[in-house]
Design a protein around this ligand. Structure first.
Ligand SMILES: Cc1ncc(COP(=O)(O)O)c(C=O)c1O
Length: 422
């Protein structure tokens, strides 16, 4: 884009509709894979290079057009300084907007940067937030420790109990904040009922869709106000970057953007390049994650070494019908299961696996496996764990895109080693 050509950001009508856009190629009417490959990509007209260059710069020339944008307050649509906006950010943001069916998106330096800026921007002094007891630890700490310290009240509810959610809303409630699929028990937030409650009570609904991704469920299409992803997980997909995204209407995202400027947490251009490149294969990867996880969940269900399997794609899951209906049978690559013999046996299993890597995080092309008792829920007492359903022997598996027969064989040989000594 030529910074001297100011027609694109002079058009105030356009910037309220979607964007900011580097060249307006959002491919909105195309299929999922086409959007993933093409949307947002900026092919440099000076060199004819295919693919968005890495604009590794912190600042931009000031000229009459930029001064005018500053004067008009349309700085989000102008390149001034890379914390405010950078072509590498705009390109990947446009791709994400296209995939999420959103008017606008922002990329952040982590999922937590996205979450903290979004929540802080959408509340006011004395506000009340309703959220889930099953929440990613970082988000829980932000809400429980920091926001309550500053006079924001927070109700932690059972995310599957719409009556309890409704009863906890009061006139000060400004925000309903939920994760579409919870960690590690994979409970599903009843999004259509939450949308209805948010509308009836004049509050915003924010959904962290990290475990499902926009490939499996486009929550904005259901009426959610803001969708958040820890792009560190499936969107990045290769366990090689830390990033976060938010998407929604241009008006709401514009409201959160100044909070990002104050908190910091914009995404570095090189990480934007990695994220944009990864997103090109999002639909391919998600299809395989989903298929592998569904098959592995059934494999686990039939093994005598396994006591219980948690997977939203099995009809034993209490919310199977709702999630199947909303996602059209796309259930995520995350499975949790309880092994016979408790945490001791779970630890032994992890050591015997050859493909699944013993590591925290999720959503990488490689299978990642960890135990909630010594990672995400490590700070809880035995009784606290039990009370929230984290039973002895619980294992969380992020199923990768390896060949399914190899994954099944890997678990089979590990079960044989730890249970039969062979
Ligand atoms: C559901 C969910 N949301 C948010 C986050 C935070 O993302 P990040 O680690 O990219 O800051 C995580 C991290 O594990 C997560 O699992």
């Amino acid at each position: 884009m030529d910074i001297k050509d100011d027609t694109w950001f002079k058009d105030l009508k356009r910037k309220r509709v979607s964007g900011p856009e580097i060249n307006g190629n959002s491919y909105r009417n195309y299929g999922e894979s086409t959007k993933c490959v093409h949307a947002g990509q900026y092919d440099d007209p000076n060199t004819n290079a295919i693919g968005t260059p890495i604009f590794q710069n912190s600042t931009f020339y000031l000229n009459d057009s930029v001064y005018k944008a500053i004067e008009e307050g349309s700085t989000r649509d102008s390149f001034i300084y890379s914390r405010y906006g950078n072509p590498s950010q705009w390109a990947v943001q446009e791709k994400i907007s296209s995939i999420e069916n959103a008017e606008s998106s922002i990329v952040f330096s982590s999922g937590m940067a996205a979450i903290s800026s979004t929540i802080l921007a959408l509340i006011e002094k004395g506000a009340h937030i309703v959220t889930s007891r099953d929440l990613y630890g970082g988000t829980y700490n932000l809400l429980y420790e920091d926001l309550q310290k500053y006079g924001i009240s927070v109700s932690f509810v059972d995310m599957t109990n719409i009556k309890e959610i409704e009863e906890s809303i009061n006139p000060k409630t400004k925000l309903l904040y939920f994760e579409s699929l919870s960690n590690p028990l994979l409970k599903f937030a009843p999004i259509p009922s939450l949308v209805k409650l948010a509308k009836e009570n004049g509050c915003r609904l924010v959904i962290d869709n990290t475990f499902l991704t926009p490939y499996n469920l486009k929550v904005l299409d259901l009426g959610v106000d803001i969708v958040i992803n820890s792009a560190t997980k499936y969107l990045g997909g290769h366990s090689d970057l830390i990033a976060g995204t938010i998407s929604g209407s241009r008006k709401l995202i514009d409201q959160i953007w100044p909070q990002m400027l104050k908190n910091g947490g914009s995404l570095d251009p090189h990480a934007c390049f990695l994220l944009e490149r990864s997103l090109k294969t999002l639909s391919l990867r998600m299809r395989t994650h989903n298929d592998n996880a569904l098959e592995l969940a059934h494999f686990f269900q039939n093994r005598e070494e396994i006591k219980k399997v948690y997977y939203p794609g099995m009809d034993s899951h209490p919310q199977y019908d709702l999630i199947n209906h909303l996602t059209d049978g796309k259930f995520s690559g995350m499975i949790s299961f309880e092994i016979i013999g408790g945490d001791k046996m779970a630890l032994r299993l992890l050591k015997e696996l050859k493909l699944a890597k013993e590591a925290t995080s999720l959503g990488g092309v490689e299978s990642l496996i960890s135990l909630p008792f010594n990672t995400s829920q490590a700070s809880l007492t035995k009784n606290q764990k039990k009370s929230i359903g984290i039973n002895e022997g619980l294992i969380r598996l992020s199923v990768g895109i390896e060949d399914i027969e190899d994954l099944k064989y890997d678990f089979e040989q590990a079960f044989n080693k730890i249970f039969n000594n062979n």
